[in-house]
Write a protein that binds this ligand. Sequence first.
Ligand SMILES: Nc1nc2c(c(=O)[nH]1)N[C@H]1C(S)=C(S)[C@@H](COP(=O)(O)OP(=O)(O)OC[C@H]3O[C@@H](n4cnc5c(N)ncnc54)[C@H](O)[C@@H]3O)O[C@H]1N2
Ligand code: MOO
Length: 405
Amino acid sequence: MTTLDERPTARHPETHESPTPWPEARRIAAGAAQPLPARDAPLRRCRGRALAEPLVAGLALPGFDTAAMDGYAVAGPAPWRVVGRILAGREAVIDRIAAGEAAEIATGALVPAGATAVLPYEQAGRAGELVTGSVEAGRHIRRRGEECAEGREVLPAGTVVSPAALGLAASLGCDRLAVHRRPQVAVLVTGDEVVRRGTPPPGRVRDAIGPLLPGLVEWAGGEPLPTTYVPDGRTPLAEGLTRAARATDVIAACGASSRGPADHLRGTLRELGAAFLIDGVACRPGHPQLLARLPCGTLVAGLPGNPYAAYAAGLTLLAPLLGRLSGRTPPGPRYAPLSPAPGGTAPHPRDTRLVAVTLDAAGRATPVGRDRPGLLWGAAAADALAVLPPGGELPPEAELLELPQ
Ligand SMILES: Nc1nc2c(c(=O)[nH]1)N[C@H]1C(S)=C(S)[C@@H](COP(=O)(O)OP(=O)(O)OC[C@H]3O[C@@H](n4cnc5c(N)ncnc54)[C@H](O)[C@@H]3O)O[C@H]1N2
Ligand code: MOO
């Protein structure tokens, strides 16, 4: 685990904080915890969780010599005399055929011993009990174990269990899988100005973060707990953090992260004895974000109140942290060539910029615009966020951050 003392300490000329460079902040967040313990869970509860152990084939696939086409199992050269019919899932009525014989066979049925190929109906001619046609030896028979040998590792530990992985595990005879527990995340939304329903009156604003964060948390590997709303003020914030810390692995506290009269997050965390792992990140938007550990061990990700800044911060610190806690192997970085922005998006002189982009069919990323810190329009229309390192001209290509769907 990286400690505060290992953080770079350059002071930020505008905020007087000591922001951590964006790539370093992500590494610290991903290393701030260990994967949560494994549990044995029934398949229906495994989707989205990470395998705690490799998935090993407990049986061969296919499990028996299987017809890959509807037609005739044939032995030796044509013509063949039909000796019966074999359907999938039925006990073998014909377990062997000799040269010159054929058995009508359904896709998925057990191929009788002695069969040298399956001749599809489309390639067969039939007159009474006699079948003619030509088929290469071995064609259209899936031999036992040819697709996956028994005992083979098919997925490594750390793989997120997808719908396809669930189907594969079932094909391999699994009823349960060893998966990591998902980290529970309590979302605290602060601010006297936020309203949760309808049109906000003058001076108030609709809560955009409460609806946004649970989906982001779930996508990143966490289990969101019901969102709690905390009024401005140190005491309610301290009470909210203390209550949440008793019941959860991670707290995502939104708003109150800056320097205004109602921005008590940093002070309150200090009063509660929290250790800061990250105290500001050199990125736009989202620079006031933080990561701290309460004395009880619960981690607190502090996200800015501006909704797009909260989203960008959620992807910067919260997502790698939840990925690690949930035992997921992090995906490798993705890059895309950048089209110049119609409005002229440029790198920030000191901070990493996170820009909402769409991807065209050729894989080029084009900035969408409408991604000011308070506005989620660009992010909602985007396919990814492009990461623009600080300084210089617009780079020819950029790293992409995947977005929750
Ligand atoms: N003197 C400075 N002021 C500010 C700085 C700075 O560096 N120095 N940074 C600015 C940036 S950047 C951001 S981001 C914000 C972060 O502010 P807070 O985290 O303290 O959040 P608030 O002040 O509570 O709110 C900011 C903004 O967002 C709206 N908001 C808050 N919560 C929600 C919500 N749940 N849904 C929708 N909108 C929300 C709030 O009404 C404000 O407009 O600080 C800047 N100031
Ligand atoms: O960085 Mo603020 O986080 O721009 O909106």
